[in-house]
Design a protein around this ligand. Structure first.
Ligand code: NAD
Length: 385
């Protein structure tokens, strides 16, 4: 690898623009290529960062050290397999794939590649989220009794507005956006052993699309986590909370992504409300995630968010999703009064998944802030998912 890390962007949409803007601010990193089958999109982004534009992935791989896979998830498998075969490092956006077969193929390809890889679970790099996790894992709030994730906003795109509602490309909130929340549960609380859930769609004309997930995730040896995630809500809000035998902690925000305060208390003690600086609360951790990834490439170490984390999140999503093949789940299809399809299922996840890495950042301990914890920076504001 040359002194300058040469990056290729695969896909020139919202998240690629965010990553490009962040990477351009790093010393010793150059966006060398942008690839998008909509060549005009690749050309527009490439022109902004002095890169070359391509329609074809193979041409990109000839001149880069690192690839950011920012295409719709349907394409991730074939693209990652090509990148892995070339031995190129890869930052892979979530969800890693839309099917178990695709996810497993991605894990196999990356495991066989000399290149390093990371999955874009950027929430792990947000200081407020790290603090929430430290409170939980540090033990001062006691043993876990319950936890919850509530995250909603009016953000279902109109049909065919982009890949999210385009037949053949769509995968729904349960596979896409909820992967962030599933990863957060695994990272903060532990491995998920079973799940029962119900998905619904405000766009029943879109087959295989869901924009609302209600679920209970059971952490192995830990609490049940209630889950309510929707793009179809007229109300925007979020909270992520923990109830322990010795106290509780909750991140609160006005929309699906922003966090404004961390509230926590030990049992019987007054509540502490820690306001989160607006710049930090709106920063989604993308910049810090890329800083970590590029540092790992330079220093020859493995990123803390692995493709196994991506596959674990996908397994949980698929256990809840109407896209899971009927033969692979215990499932009842109900029709609600409004004519929407609601899928109910109870599914035990396989017990053979890899354990969650403890102390998810190098040098971190369950109750201490890591010395080399990524710093939040002025990240871009992509379309938030
Ligand atoms: N980590 C996060 O918080 C986050 C946020 C947004 C999106 N994402 C993920 O990033 C990926 C892209 O989402 P987006 O919001 O940028 O979508 P987008 O619609 O804004 O952009 C997608 C781009 O991919 C291009 N494209 C289509 N087919 C392609 C192919 N075969 N190869 C390369 N490019 C192709 C499209 O032309 C478009 O320019 C998805 O996996 C999504 O879930 C992650």
């Amino acid at each position: 690898m040359t002194d300058v890390v040469r990056v290729g962007m695969i896909g020139a949409g919202g998240i690629a623009r965010t990553h490009t803007a962040n990477l351009q601010g790093f010393g010793g990193v150059r966006i060398a290529a942008v690839m998008d089958p909509a060549l005009e999109r690749a050309e527009a982004l490439a022109a902004e960062c002095g890169a070359r534009a391509f329609e074809d992935l193979d041409a990109v791989l000839e001149g880069v050290d690192v690839v950011y896979v920012c295409s719709p998830p349907t394409f991730h498998r074939a693209q990652v397999e090509a990148v892995a075969a070339a031995g190129t490092h890869v930052y892979l956006e979530k969800p890693i794939a839309t099917t178990l077969e695709g996810g497993r193929a991605i894990v196999a390809a990356l495991s066989a590649s000399p290149g390093r890889s990371m999955v874009g679970f950027n929430n792990r790099f947000r200081p407020a989220f790290r603090r929430w996790r430290e409170l939980i894992r540090g033990g001062e709030l006691g043993s876990a009794l319950a936890a919850w994730i509530l995250r909603m906003a009016p953000s279902t795109p109109t049909p065919n507005a982009n890949w999210r509602t385009t037949p053949g490309l769509l995968c729904g909130i349960t596979i896409e956006s909820a992967s962030h929340d599933i990863d957060l549960v695994r990272w903060a609380l532990g491995e998920i052993g079973s799940v029962s859930g119900s998905t619904a769609s405000s766009r029943p004309e879109l087959e295989g699309f869901d924009d609302t997930l209600s679920a209970v995730l059971r952490v192995e040896g830990g609490p049940a986590v209630t889950f309510s995630v929707s793009w179809a809500s007229a109300i925007s809000t979020s909270s992520r909370g923990f109830v322990g035998t010795g106290g509780g902690a909750m991140l609160v925000g006005p929309d699906m992504w922003t966090v404004t305060e961390l509230r926590w208390a030990r049992s019987g003690q007054p509540e502490t409300v820690e306001p989160i600086d607006p710049a930090e609360g709106a920063d989604l951790g993308y910049r810090a995630a890329s800083e970590h990834f590029i540092a790992c490439i330079r220093e020859g170490r493995d990123p803390v968010v692995t493709v196994h984390d991506g596959l674990a999140a996908l397994e949980v999503s698929l256990a809840c999703s109407p896209r899971q093949p009927a033969e692979a789940r215990t499932c009842t299809s109900l029709t609600s009064g409004s004519g929407q399809q609601i899928w109910m299922l109870e599914r035990r996840l396989s017990a053979r998944r890899r354990p969650v890495r403890s102390g998810a950042l190098p040098g971190s301990s369950p109750c201490g802030r890591s010395a080399d914890a990524p710093r939040a920076g002025p990240g871009g504001q992509p379309r938030r998912r």
